[in-house]
Write a protein that binds this ligand. Structure first.
Ligand SMILES: CC(C)(COP(=O)(O)OP(=O)(O)OC[C@H]1O[C@@H](n2cnc3c(N)ncnc32)[C@H](O)[C@@H]1OP(=O)(O)O)[C@@H](O)C(=O)NCCC(=O)NCCS
Length: 157
């Protein structure tokens, strides 16, 4: 199911203590894509690569420390124009506000780029999107844009 998010009345995006929510710089791009593939999936890594190719780029990371440690990411205009996501936080760092900060960073950026609404596609954690951004369900939105999508072959039996 896809969800719709109005960008006109977003809450402020608090940054969790000790974290930086920011866009990656050039030398970090390959590391970000590899991290997304390792912690999530090749398809999300492909979307991260697409977001990093946009100008201005459309992906935020959460990092802490020096040298930095990557804790999460969120992209937009990666699946398709106007879509927000994918979003992922490292499993050991969840439930501490990082996901909310990343999602709101993307949504505020979309608003500043001129969008009025964002679509969260094929949502896997709908209550997170409802809570953080007031997302509402889009009826009859499955499979939507994902119909017939190319997928990696599953392992041979
Ligand atoms: C979904 C995800 C990004 C949330 O990140 P997080 O850093 O744990 O989220 P936060 O700590 O910022 O949570 C913000 C709020 O959403 C709630 N929340 C977080 N994950 C939730 C979930 N899976 N279901 C319902 N509510 C959730 C939190 O309790 C919190 O609510 P509160 O403000 O009332 O306390 C993270 O769990 C994740 O990476 N999951 C795996 C990938 C995934 O499913 N991505 C979404 C695909 S559409």
């Amino acid at each position: 199911m896809d969800m719709l998010i109005a960008l006109s009345s977003l809450p402020l995006a608090p940054t969790p203590p000790g974290q930086r929510i920011r866009k990656p710089i050039g030398p970090e791009h390959d590391l970000v894509v590899a991290w997304v593939a390792r912690h999530f999936s090749p398809a999300w890594a492909s979307e991260a690569r697409a977001a990093l190719a946009n100008r201005p780029l459309t992906l935020f990371i959460a990092a802490r420390g020096d040298p930095g440690e990557l804790l999460g990411f969120c992209a937009y205009d990666a699946t398709a124009r106007g879509f927000v996501g994918p979003i992922g936080v490292r499993d050991t760092a969840r439930r501490s506000g990082i996901g909310a900060a990343l999602l709101l960073a993307c949504l505020h950026d979309m608003r500043s780029m001129g969008y009025g609404y964002a679509v969260a596609g094929a949502v896997g954690a709908p209550d997170f999107f409802r809570r953080v951004a007031g997302a509402i369900d889009i009826p009859d939105s499955t499979p939507g844009l994902y119909a017939g999508m190319l997928r990696a072959p599953s392992a041979a039996p």
